[in-house]
Design a protein around this ligand. Structure first.
Ligand SMILES: NC(=O)c1ccc[n+]([C@@H]2O[C@H](COP(=O)([O-])OP(=O)(O)OC[C@H]3O[C@@H](n4cnc5c(N)ncnc54)[C@H](O)[C@@H]3O)[C@@H](O)[C@H]2O)c1
Length: 354
């Protein structure tokens, strides 16, 4: 059965890295015959500046109804200083398609990539599950007396029982399915009263998983411990803002944003895949952005679509590249974006022979 993939290359380096992910996908199709039909969608800063439309409600609805997966490059362009197109498209997908799980793995491929002294790939292999539809990102609040010395800006943090429970349950279920033995939750329950909801639900849901150790940390200690003892973390579950920050920190421990993939899911519905990084406008179009995050994002997608062999072949190709010193400057290599994509695609094609 053929499946449908929507591709939104987006802004800045988005098109650069998505081109290499699609080059890799072409190699995958040659070898593994996954059967994905790709449809490119124009949404991004250019489209917005040309048409005045960020994304029409019908297009958003189509993304949820007509596709098996969505691949996004990145959104963010200095010509749109308010970033309203990114909010409508990216947060629009997360909120309107209710993609409540933001899965952000951080796996050290080679010890030379970590800034942590003495740590090896055995010490750094974790997944951050970030709640993706609530928290401080819901735009509940506003400003008062704007532009005066008495200006007030308020942003409310939304935590619902349903929202907290489903992300925590997802983290435990994922841990069980993947043979993990510990789930760590990061919150700020010592200072933010609302976070006691997270603590209670974590206890309740965690008790349903007797084989999995429950571990809770305050976010400040968590940030410290992630650097100090990264080996003590397997699965991390947390809210929207803390997850955004912790996952960037985790990515720096394993080689940086150029290697960090992610998935935005609603189990049973469409999944939107994107590299964690943004549009890095100064790098756009210069053949310098690292495409590996986008390519590893493709690997996550392939595995989800039932093409586990293809996903593994893509991941192996990136691992081999890093192992051989192949890469863009951010990972210590000397190649350009396109050359890294060529190398990975060739390696995937060779998977047939291996
Ligand atoms: N999901 C998204 O689409 C997303 C995420 C974060 C930021 N943004 C947007 O991207 C724009 C730039 O934001 P920023 O600078 O804070 O974050 P960024 O992720 O674009 O860049 C942060 C740093 O990482 C480097 N970097 C990022 N991706 C890289 C890659 N693939 N290869 C090599 N280096 C890479 C950049 O050069 C920069 O130094 C803003 O408009 C922001 O709103 C979008």
């Amino acid at each position: 059965m053929r499946r449908r993939l929507a591709v939104i290359a987006g802004d800045g380096i988005g098109p650069d890295v998505v081109a290499e992910a699609l080059k890799t996908l072409a190699a995958v199709e040659d070898v593994f015959h996954v059967g994905l039909d790709v449809e490119r969608l124009p949404h991004g800063a250019d489209h917005y500046l040309k048409t005045g439309v960020t994304i029409a409600p019908a297009d958003m609805q189509r993304l949820g109804a007509d596709f098996d997966a969505i691949l996004l490059g990145a959104l963010g362009d200095p010509r749109v200083p308010g970033n309203e197109h990114a909010r409508d498209i990216l947060l629009g997908m997360r909120f309107q398609l209710d993609l409540y799980v933001n899965e952000r793995p951080a796996r050290l491929i080679h010890e030379r990539l970590t800034p942590l002294k003495g740590k090896t790939p055995r010490d750094l292999d974790l997944v951050v599950f970030r709640e993706n539809t609530e928290g401080l990102y819901v735009s509940v609040g506003g400003t008062f007396k704007q532009g005066t010395p008495d200006e007030i800006a308020i942003a409310e943090e939304l935590n619902t029982r349903k929202g907290v429970e489903r992300i925590i349950r997802h983290a435990f279920a994922w841990a069980k399915e993947h043979g993990k033995t510990r789930v760590t939750m990061a919150d700020k329950a010592n200072a933010i009263q609302a976070h006691h909801l997270w603590r209670r639900v974590f206890e309740e849901v965690g008790r349903e998983y007797p084989g999995i150790q429950r571990d809770t940390r305050y976010i400040d200690a968590m940030a410290m411990d992630l650097v100090r003892t990264p080996e003590s973390f397997q699965v991390i579950v947390t809210g929207n803002l803390f997850g955004d920050i912790l996952s960037d920190l985790a990515s720096m421990l394993v080689g940086g944003l150029g290697l960090a993939p992610s998935a935005n899911r609603h189990p049973g519905g469409v999944t939107m895949y994107e590299p964690v990084h943004g549009s890095a406008p100064p790098l756009a179009g210069k053949n310098v952005a690292n495409p590996m995050a986008a390519i590893l994002t493709l690997a996550m997608m392939l595995a989800d679509l039932g093409a586990a062999d293809a996903g593994r072949a893509v991941e192996d190709a990136v691992d081999a590249a890093i192992g051989q010193g192949v890469g863009t400057a951010d990972v210590g290599g000397t190649m350009g974006t396109r050359e890294v994509g060529d190398w990975v695609a060739t390696r995937v094609r060779e998977a047939r022979a291996r």
